[in-house]
Design a protein around this ligand. Sequence first.
Ligand code: GTP
Ligand code: MG
Length: 430
Amino acid sequence: MAASDAGRQTQNEGYRTLSLSGHVGFDSLPDQLVKKAIKQGFCFNILCIGETGIGKSTLMNSLFNANFDDPVSTHFLPSVQLRAQTYELQESNVLLKLTIVHTVGFGDQINKADSCQPIVDYIDAQFEVYLQEELKIKRSLSSCHDTRIHVCLYFISPTGHSLKTLDLLTMKRLDSKVNIIPIIGKADSISKTELQKFKNKIMSELVGNDVQIYQFPTDDETISKTNNVMNGHLPFAVVGSTEFVKIGNKMVRARQYPWGTVEVENENHCDFVKLREMLIYTNMEDLREQTHARHYELYRRCRLEEMGFRDIGPENKPVSLQEAYEEKRHEFYLQLQREEEEMRQRFVQRVKEKEAVLKEAEQQIQTKFEHRMLMNQEMKLKLEKKKKALEDEITVFLEKKASAELPQSQTSVSTPIVSLKRDKDRKNFT
Ligand code: GTP
Ligand code: MG
């Protein structure tokens, strides 16, 4: 064989390194990868966090040289809402599926304690969609739309003072879930000397509060120098505009004021170009990679551990997926049995309670019944007495009547006065 003829160069553990004696063709692998990636297209998802009107939509239009037609948000929402819009953009032969997620109503509520929760929930929900796809038997990860957030542009208000509590709390909650790039919005409203102080203050506050922001990678020699310098410029002070002004013989994106013009792409005016270069031109793939390898990995690990899966068991022995599954199933079965027993106990207890209540009610009814019977008997006795008395009265009356009728027939002619009196007595009687 040609390869074995070429000889053995080094003997490593379990494999040998051979040199080839002719061209084979696998050096085209990178080209094949590029072709495949171009055919598939790319997706990139940006989350814009910042208070209402800080310039989020304008900056997105400026960054991608497009008009995303984002509606203006209201200031009066009871809670923060997330609005995602996906666009397909094409540059040369590269297709980009871009999703821009806006935090509508961020910072507008009087009580801002819950401002961060909807954002955390949204990021987690996108991770969960991906995880569920990964766990399917029939997966289609390459064709499904990956909605995981690759970068969070956090807009800081150009106050010139320091970060707001809400900024610190939000960034702290999100730093393990997403790559955060802090930027100062509407940076044309802050003077050059104030801006540097402001940037320093922001960075020292972030470091002081242990907020991990995204650092442009410095491990690749070709870009390490630029990325290193750019890390020193964070947070970027940006200006956005949808207007174009003629400067010299060129139309440029700018904001015009009575005292002058701020050019968006002029590096002496703001850091817009730095942001665009770092975000899109140099580090877009790193942001995608970091999202998958760092943030999603962390989410996935926590979720799988929550579900009961783990790689090593007690005594540091590796646990296979099957073993972990069986163990979890057994645990679940025991828990089910425990719950069933608890439910049975509760049921028995309730039946006993019901029985006691029924018995008491029965006794009450019995007592009432006996009482009634007694009363009825008394009443009956009374009535019988009354009846007897009436009967006696009737007998007396009939006797009186009979005796009264007899002498009357004998004396009716001779003694009219007595007869009249008897008539009167009879009337009174009736
Ligand atoms: P909502 O989506 O409604 O929260 O607002 P938004 O953050 O998307 O802000 P938007 O881009 O709609 O800009 C709001 C206003 O600020 C508009 O009048 C913009 O012209 C203006 N604006 C945007 N960017 C800048 C900037 O960099 N500097 C200044 N001075 N104004 C800007
Ligand atoms: Mg907007």
